[in-house]
Structure formats: structure tokens, C-alpha cells
Design a protein around this ligand. Structure first.
Ligand code: ADP
Ligand code: MG
Length: 373
């Protein structure tokens, strides 16, 4: 076990890294962040900020020297960098797990192997693969970059072979996945923590609403049947066990019109849809990340209150905070980003109430006030 007083590090200095650092510091650990941005949200509050890129060998050596254990907040860190770090300190999640989650085709194949259902899909490596892919998916379909896409970026809805060819070229003729576009009834996600002993702790299922491909709200408990809740949690655990995963794993699912649960994607790190755990579970996903990284037993993931999380994007800036704070139940989390750009995640807030309906109504009220609509 790596105990308080030790130094733990995170690759990536975004908001997820910042909330990991905050949890680690609260628990008595010293923290190191590696990120090339000198004003990165996590770097600003860490004990030590190594201002270097993910492939910078000097930066990585320095990190391995300073840290007893290292995790990541960014799924696209090169696996080679994780491997290099693991020569000198404990690293979780593993390079192998991150490599699977980095690639849409690989993660879907992995999910299939673990017994989960996916949307019909096909990996496209070159233009020759397109017609076979269309046979599998039919139209409408979604073409997605296999790697580096996020918040709906790097994907396009396509309705004809010509459109697939056009978008594939527009994306730079690099590896993509073509998948069937489903008529979604709902979207949910499951986040779990698994430590090196195989000890798993699952957070409650969150119901997620996306706007323009970006998460807008998460509501917990999710408005889904007990069967779907149990299935989603069981499937996430099955996936983590199959990968012998260590760390925090987030799994996104679609729910179709016939109440079928379909695996969408996974993230080898805490997830935006788990930010409700900062205020509404006994242990937050970031505390759990510290625990799994340090080989501690998992903390209690039980829900303490119904909750709604709302994302705050740069589009809302500048925000009149005094109006927002007028609502007593506002739990505001801002990430310390200087520049507000449209679509940029600047922060979020949680609202806890005796029911999700009540929490939703207060959360919407706050959102209307700060959106000036
Ligand atoms: P990202 O990495 O950007 O989160 P996702 O694959 O999760 O990419 O897609 C973002 C959102 O787009 C999803 O949460 C969902 O709302 C919608 N979406 C993605 N794939 C499909 C699909 N096959 N059918 C219907 N909606 C989809
Ligand atoms: Mg997603």
C-alpha cells in the first residue's frame, strides 16, 4: 500500500487531473502533474508541475523519480510513455488497458469478447473497406475517427456511400469506425474502481443527456429499470475483470427503444458523467482513483442523495455567479481555465435534493438564470 505522505502523479493537467490532485492532497498525498501547458488546471494546484509533453523522456524520467505511483487523466497518452514509467514506479491503468480504450474498434471488439453487445460496426483502414462496412451498418450510420475523438468531435452522420467516402477523406483517410446509428431511448454510464487485488466497487448508474455530442446533464439514480441497472453494472464489471483492469473505468451504454443495453465506449479514467460523485456518494470517483492507484481497499460508492449534474461550457461565459449562488443547493466546481471557448468544459455544478425531479427542477432553474434565457 502506498500511504499518505507518499507522492503520486498524473499524466495530463486538465480538469480530471485537477480533481484527482485535489482528492489526493485532501488525503495527504503529495502530487505531481505532467502537462505541457504551464497554466493547466491540474498543474496550477499540484505540489509539482513538470511542464513537458507526454513523450518527453526527461519529463517522464523526472516523474518516475518523484512518484511512487502514476495514473492518467487523458486516454490518449502514448502507451510507450506508460510502459517507460512502469519500469520505475507503479502505473495504473496499465499501458495495455489504455491502448484498448484509445481505439474505438479495439474497445468494441474487446467488449464483444467480454460478452457485451455493441452497435453493428466495422473498422475502416482504407477506402477499400468502405463498401464492406456499409453492408454491416446500413444507413444512417456514424463515421468516427478511431482515435483522438471526444465530445462528439471527429464524427459525422452519413446517409450514403458518397458521404462516407467524402467524410473519410475529410478526416484525413486515417483509421475510422463506421457504426450503425441507433434510435436511442436513453444513455447511461457506469463508473467503477478496481484495485490490483481484483477488489471492485461500482458507482450508481448515471443517466446522461448529451447536447451536440457533449454531455449536458447526468442524473442519478437513472430513470431505468432495476434490470437495466443491474445489467449495466454487471457488464462494466465483466469488462474490467476481462481486462484485469486496475484503476477507474467508465463505460458508456446506449439503451435502445426495445430496452436493449448496448456498449458504446469506455474511458480508462474518471469520467464527466461521474462528477456527481463529488457531492453525492460517500467516496468520489477521484478519491477512488487515489485508492485504486495506492492499493487501498475501495471506498464506499453508495449514493447519499438524488443528484443532477450540469456541465458549464464556455458558451455561457461570462457568468453572473451571484445569481447562481442565490440558489442554496448549488454545488459549484470550476476548473480554473482562463479562456472560455464555445464547447470548452469550464466547470459543472451538482444539485442534491430529496428526489431527482426536485433536483432537476432546481438545476434547470439555475441553468436558465445563468443562460439569461
Ligand atoms: P465521444 O468520444 O465524443 O463521447 P461517442 O461515441 O460517445 O463519442 O458519441 C457521442 C454521442 O453521440 C453519444 O453519447 C450519443 O449521444 C451520440 N452517438 C454516438 N454514436 C451513436 C450511435 N451509433 N447511435 C446513436 N447515437 C450515437
Ligand atoms: Mg462518449
Amino acid at each position: 500500500m502506498i500511504l499518505p505522505g507518499a507522492t503520486i502523479g498524473v499524466l495530463g493537467g486538465g480538469q480530471l487531473g485537477r480533481m484527482f490532485v485535489a482528492a489526493a492532497r485532501t488525503m495527504g498525498y503529495k502530487t505531481v502533474v505532467l502537462d505541457s501547458d504551464k497554466n493547466s488546471p491540474a498543474g496550477l494546484i499540484a505540489d509539482h508541475h513538470i511542464c513537458a509533453g507526454y513523450e518527453d523522456q526527461t519529463g517522464l524520467s523526472q516523474m518516475a523519480e518523484l512518484c511512487d505511483a502514476v495514473t492518467t487523466e487523458f486516454e490518449n497518452v502514448p502507451a510507450a510513455s506508460l510502459r517507460k514509467l512502469s519500469e520505475n514506479c507503479f502505473v495504473s491503468p496499465s499501458a495495455e488497458a489504455v491502448e484498448i480504450a484509445q481505439n474505438r474498434g479495439r474497445e468494441k471488439n474487446y467488449a464483444l469478447q467480454a460478452g457485451l453487445e455493441t452497435t453493428p460496426f466495422k473498422t475502416i483502414l482504407s477506402a477499400e473497406d468502405i463498401s464492406v462496412a456499409i453492408d454491416v451498418t446500413d444507413f444512417p450510420a456514424i463515421l468516427k475517427l478511431s482515435s483522438l475523438g471526444y465530445d462528439g468531435k471527429g464524427q459525422a452522420i452519413v446517409r450514403s456511400a458518397e458521404e462516407v467516402i467524402g467524410k473519410f477523406e475529410e478526416f484525413g483517410s486515417v483509421e475510422c469506425v463506421l457504426e450503425k446509428m441507433l434510435d436511442l431511448k436513453q444513455e447511461v454510464s457506469v463508473i467503477l474502481g478496481r484495485n490490483a487485488d481484483g477488489d471492485v466497487s461500482v458507482f450508481p448508474v448515471s443517466e446522461n443527456v448529451h447536447v451536440n455530442g457533449i454531455l449536458h446533464t447526468s442524473t442519478v439514480p437513472a430513470n431505468v429499470s432495476e434490470k437495466i441497472t443491474a445489467q449495466a453494472q454487471e457488464q462494466a464489471i465483466a469488462l474490467a475483470n476481462a481486462m484485469d483492469y486496475v484503476g477507474i473505468l467508465a463505460v458508456e451504454f446506449f439503451i435502445t427503444g426495445d430496452d436493449e443495453l448496448v456498449f458504446n465506449e469506455m474511458a480508462p479514467r474518471p469520467h464527466n458523467s461521474g462528477h456527481y460523485t463529488l457531492d453525492a456518494t460517500v467516496t468520489s470517483q477521484f478519491e477512488q482513483q487515489v485508492r485504486t492507484l495506492c492499493g487501498l481497499p475501495a471506498g464506499d460508492a453508495a449514493l447519499t442523495s438524488p443528484v443532477v449534474m450540469v456541465n458549464l461550457l464556455g458558451d455561457l461565459w461570462p457568468v453572473n455567479w451571484s445569481v447562481a449562488f442565490a440558489e442554496k443547493s448549488l454545488k459549484l466546481h470550476l476548473y480554473g481555465k482562463e479562456e472560455a471557448r464555445p464547447g470548452r468544459k469550464m466547470g459543472h455544478y451538482n444539485v442534491l435534493a430529496e428526489s431527482t425531479e426536485k433536483a432537476k427542477s432546481i438545476a434547470e432553474d439555475i441553468f436558465k438564470k445563468i443562460s439569461r434565457i
